[in-house]
Design a protein around this ligand. Sequence first.
Ligand SMILES: Cc1cc2nc3c(=O)[nH]c(=O)nc-3n(C[C@H](O)[C@H](O)[C@H](O)COP(=O)(O)O)c2cc1C
Ligand code: SF4
Length: 431
Amino acid sequence: MEPILTKYVREPNSFTLDFYLQHEGYDALKLALTKKPDEIIEMVKASGLRGRGGAGFPTGMKWQFVDKKSSPRYIACNADESEPGTFKDHLLMERNPHLLIEGCAIGCYAIGAKVAYIYIRGEFFHVQQILEKAIDEAYARGFLGKNIQGSGFDCDVYIHRGAGAYEAGEETALLESLEGKRAQPRNKPPFPAVVGLYDKPTAVNNVETLCNVPLIVAKGPAWYSALGPEKNGGPKLYCISGHVKRPGVYEASMHITLRELIEGHAGGVRDGHTLKAVIPGGSSVPILLPDQLDTQASFDGIQKAGSLLGSAAIVVLDETTCMVWLAENLLHFYRHESCGKCTPCREGTDWLHQILRRIERGEGQMKDLDLLQSVADNIAGKTLCAFGDAAATPVLTTLKHFRHEYEAHVNEGRCTLPATWRARQPVGTTH
Ligand SMILES: Cc1cc2nc3c(=O)[nH]c(=O)nc-3n(C[C@H](O)[C@H](O)[C@H](O)COP(=O)(O)O)c2cc1C
Ligand code: SF4
């Protein structure tokens, strides 16, 4: 498939309004403003667009759920992009910011909102500057602000910079943070579509999701859905990282397989090494094994294979990767990022990290393996937000597929793999 979302990202001026306008930019917004808001929602529903932030929930349905009896309403664009291995939204905002602004404006029009907030990851400061410039350009040329293109529709877009917390990407934690509070999730229900930002109906949409909306409006839902397998339509951005020759963001139809992505686009595993495992959707999803490479890299395909497409962050691991170290490394991240609101996650992630750390150092006992399983089982499905499941997954999936590596650490008192390097957490970071 020819790239669509990333077609021009290598062009030097792709982020400017002039460049965007030369390539049919804002035509979709103009077209949308000639239609009724409900028609736009119907188009997005018919396109089958599924959210690109992680859960794959249908965007048209989410917009339909937004309570139209209450106002004001808001779009909150999730640009937190903090799932490990994920770097696609960064590329879109840096090289194609007007596509996101156009998606925000169409989204606002569709749900009857006049304001969109882009909640951007704190570390993306240079991206924020590019976005701010693009927003200024859009105001100056009448694509944002009052009476857009003479239509009577008003829309403002604001950027809100996060402070670098992974949990702030969870939609209700994001809303709390936007309101100036700690990024801790709310109980659901009520869902943001009914009680969201400032207790008003809000659609929380990922950057890549909103970037798909102008395509649907401009080219039609049938064109859009035909780009991919049934219920997995449109173009998809994949972030491939790890032990491959050409890591990067690759755009493809969801007809593509993991093999085509890894061996084709990313050039395969680095020379002299063999594939050991693939994490197909960011660090929070179960591992797939080399004999599953022919799995279709769609939401449904990956789910059928026993994992999740998540944020489409494909992390490729070769035979030098110690799976105990992998789990320890990820739990170091999760215990640090737990927001602390609920006990199984706050306490459990720390316990998991401590147990993993001693096994990885060769100081573990065989009974630690059952303890790990038990602590992880007592987190998964028992927490306020999906972070708990995410944090338990690296432990559960490595124990399931690579228990022998845990046992080897206990029996030998060391890692038995011929790894040439091993990233260590800084000394003194256990607590
Ligand atoms: C711990 C956690 C972190 C998340 N981080 C992000 C993120 O960085 N970006 C994102 O778009 N969605 C993230 N999500 C998913 C959001 O909660 C939400 O589902 C998404 O923004 C909805 O947008 P979509 O329907 O367009 O996918 C995260 C979820 C959890 C549980
Ligand atoms: S699961 Fe973790 S991150 Fe989510 S609310 Fe509970 S403590 Fe916070």
